[in-house]
Design a protein. Structure first.
Length: 179
């Protein structure tokens, strides 16, 4: 996992809960908290942070990942405004992930492993999103989607139809867009 994820996590935790909360998480997971954005770190470290935060807050790991995705979106906009240029809606932004955002991420962060997304129109006007990643962080993708909606002043309803965390081969999610 690239260090930028840990940097975003630190900023999100400190921003919402304070520096002491971040220090507490570091102590629980046994980390010195030194993460360079270009560095590579074991995926298990993110899992350790998620599990520690879930235990501390009495929430599920999925709830923590959704929170993090939501909290990280304004931080991403602040750091990488170019990813948002030309997008005026959540749908347009989400659809740019494979063609614009992930290729740029791979340029900036060589060696990053990005999840695979597949999109198709749903019959009800929503979007069906396929997600595949060995990390199984579909709840983080949900949080990013909800955070993007908040950024664009819109609402979304994100439904997991199939989930790798429940034994499915891949995730399939339905995203309904509101105003």
């Amino acid at each position: 996992m690239k260090g930028i994820i840990f940097n975003l996590l630190e900023d999100a935790v400190v921003g919402e809960f304070g520096l002491a909360a971040w220090d507490d998480l570091l102590a629980v997971v046994g980390s010195d908290g030194v993460y360079t954005s270009l560095g590579n770190y074991p995926d298990s470290q993110v899992q350790d942070f998620v599990l520690a935060a879930a235990a501390k807050l009495g929430k599920s790991p999925a709830e923590i990942l959704k929170w993090f995705g939501n909290a990280a979106m304004p931080l991403l906009f602040e750091r990488y405004p170019q990813f948002f240029v030309g997008h005026t809606s959540t749908r347009a932004f989400i659809l740019s992930v494979n063609n614009i955002i992930h290729p740029e991420v791979l340029k900036v962060y060589p060696g990053a492993i990005a999840p695979t997304f597949e999109f198709r129109e749903a019959e009800d006007g929503g979007l069906l999103m396929g997600y595949r990643s060995p990390r199984r962080l579909c709840a983080l993708a949900q949080g990013f989607t909800e955070g993007a909606a908040r950024h664009f002043g819109q609402s979304v309803v994100f439904t997991h139809l199939q989930c790798m965390n429940k034994g499915d081969e891949s995730c399939l999610c339905h995203i309904a867009f509101g105003s």
